[in-house]
Each structure stands twice: as structure tokens, then as C-alpha cells.
Design a protein around this ligand. Structure first.
Ligand SMILES: CC(=O)SCCNC(=O)CCNC(=O)[C@H](O)C(C)(C)COP(=O)(O)OP(=O)(O)OC[C@H]1O[C@@H](n2cnc3c(N)ncnc32)[C@H](O)[C@@H]1OP(=O)(O)O
Ligand SMILES: CC(C)C(=O)C(=O)O
Ligand SMILES: [Mg+2]
Length: 514
């Protein structure tokens, strides 16, 4: 299988992302992780651009031993001098020197004629070969350049001593077929092309950076440049981790391999995201939070029966712990049951059926269910069915702007007897809670009380959430009713009942183990 060199430019082109600024310590941390990831070449920065970048490149070059460290330079002697000073102590120094070759860039930016551009490029490569054992030359904006001119300048810089020829799609303009054709054209029209490595460097302005990089491989590129998480100037660069994984998974098609240690991908991606502050979109291939999350019932059922039905990459391969089943409105019974047993609940068929029905109804309004939400549904079902609990029979509240709020509550207790009490409070809710405390006989400390509407509109249900402490045990409860006071009473009672149920369950399992 053909070996493809991976050239990582997270620390140079990646740092060109708007809003990203890494200090030397952060750059070194990323460099060490890139070394563990197994990239072949890392571009540590642009030494002539600032004192800080110079020192960072120098430190990285001195510390990194298992891959070649490079730095970028314009076709300017002082840039090349700075790059050599920064890189010379490295284990395997190489220069990355570039010059634009498209009519737009030559005319408006460089203000040089094509002949002058060839002369500048050749001079810079010759100058650099005084120092560097390896020189990569890049034709900036190659993909908007005239092909005969591109072939001519590439031939000249090879003759001057360049070892790697990079064909950047600087503005993310090309598409895979055209990009492949450029590589074919150069292979057929440039003398000496077989003595150098051809490299691809793609930007993602039209979302084709990875596809273009893979097309380059199919057409003879031996090196691919990219960044972790695809960060970089404007819409970013090709995601190196996506390319590494694509070549691995589709080795049958590409017949190419890399040295990337795939199980280091997640760690590298997380580190780059943390230090650059660039969030990874949840749906990002390979490293996004949702890349191994299954949400819909049919997919979840398939994955539970056989992972490969919907997973072409196993999460373990790229250093992600495991896949996840997200319970939401599209989920089905198989995934739901599997989640219940994963959470350690043993429920009967009838209970499972009932809880699933409640879950489906709630999922119309709620996007995602956490493990805690599912546990709450199960406990609620068990609470509803349990005999060891208090049941609200009636509630009456008297409130007026010039009178003390008073509540009267009737409950059915665990022995199925009716208990009635009344109490006052600073407000209606406090009056209810004081009354419930009397009815249940527990000392209950309210820790948190929250109320929200279940939907919009005047007739929406009120949902109350409470957190209470009863005898040193914390519990939470939820109550839903058309009226806020009734919902408040239900939530409070629900929290107390949960404690009773858990106590009863603990007693049962204690009996079972004796
Ligand atoms: C496609 C890419 O990603 S290229 C890399 C882009 N990265 C960066 O620019 C980050 C680092 N850059 C910097 O810190 C600064 O731009 C510096 C230090 C390099 C230069 O700063 P300044 O001297 O102030 O110049 P400024 O950035 O405004 O303009 C760039 C100059 O370089 C010239 N230039 C651009 N590319 C090249 C090149 N490959 N070779 C020679 N000259 C070049 C421009 O024509 C312009 O020259 P001019 O001043 O004669 O008009
Ligand atoms: C410096 C070059 C390789 C570059 O980043 C580009 O052209 O996008
Ligand atoms: Mg670039």
C-alpha cells in the first residue's frame, strides 16, 4: 500500500483562524500531541512573522524528535534566514517557502510579472538550499493559475532544488475532478516531477477540502496537508483526522495508508479545541459529539442488533469511549428498554410499556432525555403504582391581599387512612407545604423550587420542580397540574413519596441479600 505523508499545519494555517492566538506553551502542548498522533511533518509557525512565533517554532523544533518540523517563509531572504535560525537545531529541519502563481495574485498582490515571479521563486529556493536539507515549495493560489505557467514554474523550482511541490487550493475554489486533473497535468508536463513528492493543501470555502485532498491522493499526491478539526484561515483547511480515517476505512478503494495513530484522534481534537477556543460542531465527522450518537428508533434497533448496520467507524478506533443512544422523539422500544437495563432498572413488560408511552408523549415537547430524565420516569411510574405512599385527595387554599394564606389538605396515607390538616404560611405555597409537613409527619426542608409552563398559552399546564431534604436524605419531585398551587403540592408530595419508595426498595433488596 502507498504511504501518504501527513503534513499538519494546525500551528500555522490553523492559527490563522480568526480569533485564535496560541502562546508558546500552548503551541508546544499541541506539537507534542501531534507527535503522538503520528503526523510526519508539522508546520510549527511562520518564524519571520513575530518574535513570539520565532521562539515557539524554535522550542518545538528542539523538542520534537519523531517528526520533521517546518516553518513558513515568503520568498524573501530575511524570512528564510529567520526560518533557518528557528529550525536549525531540530532533528529533521525543512523549509516551507511559497509564492503566488495566479494572475490575480501576481498582478494585484505581488505586483510582479510572471517572469519576475519565476525568478523570485528560483532565487528563494537556491538561497534556501544553502541551509536546508529539505525544501518544500508552494505555488500559492495554484488552482486559479494558468496550467502551462504552473508547470513551467514548478519545473524551474525543482531544478533549483525543491524536494516537495505543494499545489494549494488557497481559496477553496477547486472541485475534486479538476484538482485531480491538475496533478495529472503536472505529472505529464513537468520534467523532474518524479523526483519530488507532490503535496495537496486544501481550504474548505466550498466544503470540498477533504474530498479534494482525497482526489489528489488518487492522482498521485504523496503528501496531504491539513489541520486538526479543520481549523484555519476563513472556512478552514482540510481536516487531517477525517483524511486519516477515510484512508483507513476505505483502504480497499484508495490503496493508501498513513502513520496516523487513529486512537489518538479524539485526544488531539479535544486539546486543539480547548486551546484554540474553537468549538467542534456536534455533527462534525469523526470528532463531533454526535458522530457516534444514534437517535432514531430504526437506527438504534439496528445498532443494538449489529453495530455495523449504522456504524462504519467504530468509536474505539478513534479514541472515543463508545457510541451513545440518545433518547428523543424518534426513539423506539428497543433502545428504550436497553437504556432501562443499562441504568439498572428491572421493570415488568407492563411497566416498560407504560413508561415508554409517557416518554413518547413527553418527547413531543422535549428534545433530548438524559439518564436522569429516564430514571425520573421510571421512579415516577413506580411511585404511581406503589402502595407505600401518600396520595393527594383534596386541596383548598384561602388567599386574599389582606388575610393570612391558609391551606387545608386531605391526604390518604400508607395505611389508606384519610389525614386532614390545615396551616398558614407567608404565601399560598408556604401554607400548602406547612400543611403537608403536618400531614406526613416528616420534617421537610425545601432546598429549591422552580415553576415553568409546560407549553405556551393561558391554559398551559404548570410544572413544578422541587428539591427537598427529609431526614438527611435529598429528594426531588415534579408535579404537573392546570393550577400552580396543585402542581406545587403534587411536586412536594412526589419528592416525599420517592424517598418512601427508595426506602422500601432498599429494605427489599436487604431482605433478598440476607
Ligand atoms: C496563503 C497563506 O496562508 S500565506 C501565509 C499567511 N500568513 C500570514 O500572513 C501570517 C504572518 N504574517 C505576518 O506576520 C506579516 O504579514 C509579515 C510579517 C509576514 C509581513 O508583514 P508586513 O511587512 O507588514 O507586510 P504585509 O503583511 O502588510 O504585506 C505582505 C507583503 O508581503 C508580500 N508577499 C506576500 N507573499 C509573498 C511571498 N510569498 N514572497 C514574497 N513576498 C510576499 C506582499 O506582496 C506584501 O509586500 P509589499 O509590502 O511589498 O506590498
Ligand atoms: C502558504 C500556503 C501553502 C497556504 O497556506 C495556502 O496557499 O493556503
Ligand atoms: Mg492555507
Amino acid at each position: 500500500m502507498r504511504k501518504i505523508n501527513l503534513f499538519d499545519t494546525t500551528l500555522r494555517d490553523g492559527e490563522q483562524s480568526a480569533g485564535v492566538n496560541l502562546n508558546a506553551k500552548e503551541k508546544l502542548q499541541i506539537a507534542l500531541q501531534l507527535e503522538r498522533l503520528g503526523v510526519d511533518i508539522m508546520e510549527a509557525g511562520f518564524p519571520a512573522s513575530s518574535k513570539g512565533d520565532f521562539l515557539a517554532v524554535q522550542e518545538i523544533a528542539r523538542k520534537i524528535k519523531n517528526c520533521s518540523v517546518t516553518g513558513l517563509a515568503r520568498s524573501v531572504k530575511t524570512d528564510i534566514d529567520a526560518a533557518w535560525d528557528a529550525l536549525k537545531d531540530g532533528a529533521n529541519p525543512r523549509l516551507h517557502v511559497f509564492l503566488a502563481t495566479s494572475p490575480i495574485h501576481m498582478q494585484y498582490k505581488l505586483k510582479q510579472s510572471p517572469e519576475q515571479v519565476i525568478e523570485t521563486a528560483v532565487e528563494s529556493v537556491k538561497y534556501a538550499s544553502k541551509y536546508f536539507p529539505l525544501i518544500q515549495w508552494s505555488a500559492e493560489d495554484a488552482c486559479r493559475s494558468e496550467l502551462p505557467f504552473l508547470a513551467k514554474i514548478v519545473e524551474e523550482v525543482i531544478a533549483a532544488g525543491a524536494n516537495v511541490i505543494n499545489i494549494p487550493d488557497t481559496v477553496g475554489y477547486i472541485n475534486p475532478k479538476e484538482y485531480g486533473e491538475i496533478f495529472q497535468y503536472l505529472k505529464s508536463n513537468v520534467k523532474g516531477i518524479d523526483n519530488v513528492i507532490l503535496s495537496a493543501h486544501c481550504h474548505d470555502d466550498l466544503g470540498m477540502a477533504v474530498a479534494n485532498s482525497l482526489a489528489a491522493i488518487e492522482n498521485g499526491a504523496g503528501q496531504i496537508e491539513g489541520t486538526i478539526n479543520g481549523i484555519g484561515e476563513r472556512a478552514g483547511n482540510a481536516s487531517l483526522e477525517e483524511i486519516g480515517v477515510a484512508l483507513h476505512i476505505r483502504s480497499d478503494y484508495f490503496g493508501a495508508k498513513t502513520n496516523m495513530k487513529l486512537d489518538e484522534i479524539k485526544k488531539t481534537s479535544d486539546l486543539v479545541s480547548k486551546l484554540t477556543g474553537m468549538m467542534i460542531p456536534p455533527n462534525k465527522a469523526v470528532v463531533g459529539k454526535n458522530a457516534f450518537a444514534h437517535e432514531s428508533g430504526i437506527h438504534q434497533d439496528g445498532v443494538l442488533k449489529e453495530k455495523t448496520t449504522y456504524e462504519i467507524i467504530s468509536p474505539e478506533l478513534v479514541g472515543v469511549g463508545s457510541n451513545s443512544m440518545v433518547l428523543g422523539k424518534h426513539s423506539g422500544r428497543h433502545a428504550f428498554k436497553s437504556k432501562l437495563s443499562e441504568l439498572g432498572f428491572s421493570v415488568t413488560e407492563e411497566e416498560s410499556h407504560k413508561i415508554f408511552k409517557t416518554f413518547k408523549t413527553l418527547s413531543e415537547k422535549k428534545k433530548e432525555f438524559t439518564d436522569e430524565d429516564i430514571a425520573a420516569l421510571v421512579i415516577e411510574e413506580k411511585v404511581e403504582r406503589s402502595e407505600d405512599m401518600f396520595e393527594l385527595v383534596s386541596l383548598q387554599v384561602q388567599y386574599g391581599t389582606s388575610q393570612v394564606p391558609t391551606a387545608t389538605v386531605t391526604l390518604k396515607n400508607q395505611e389508606q387512612q384519610l389525614v386532614q390538616e390545615a396551616a398558614t404560611g407567608g404565601g399560598s405555597v408556604e401554607a400548602i407545604y406547612n400543611t403537608l409537613e403536618r400531614c406526613t409527619g416528616f420534617t421537610i426542608k425545601l432546598q429549591d423550587y422552580r415553576i415553568q409552563s409546560n407549553s405556551s398559552g393561558r391554559d398551559a399546564f404548570a410544572q413544578v420542580f422541587v428539591r427537598v431534604m427529609v431526614g438527611g436524605v435529598e429528594s426531588s419531585g415534579r408535579g404537573m397540574a392546570q393550577d400552580v398551587l396543585e402542581a406545587s403540592a403534587k411536586a412536594y408530595l412526589n419528592a416525599v413519596n420517592r424517598i418512601l419508595i427508595l426506602n422500601a426498595q432498599a429494605e427489599e433488596s436487604l431482605k433478598a441479600t440476607v
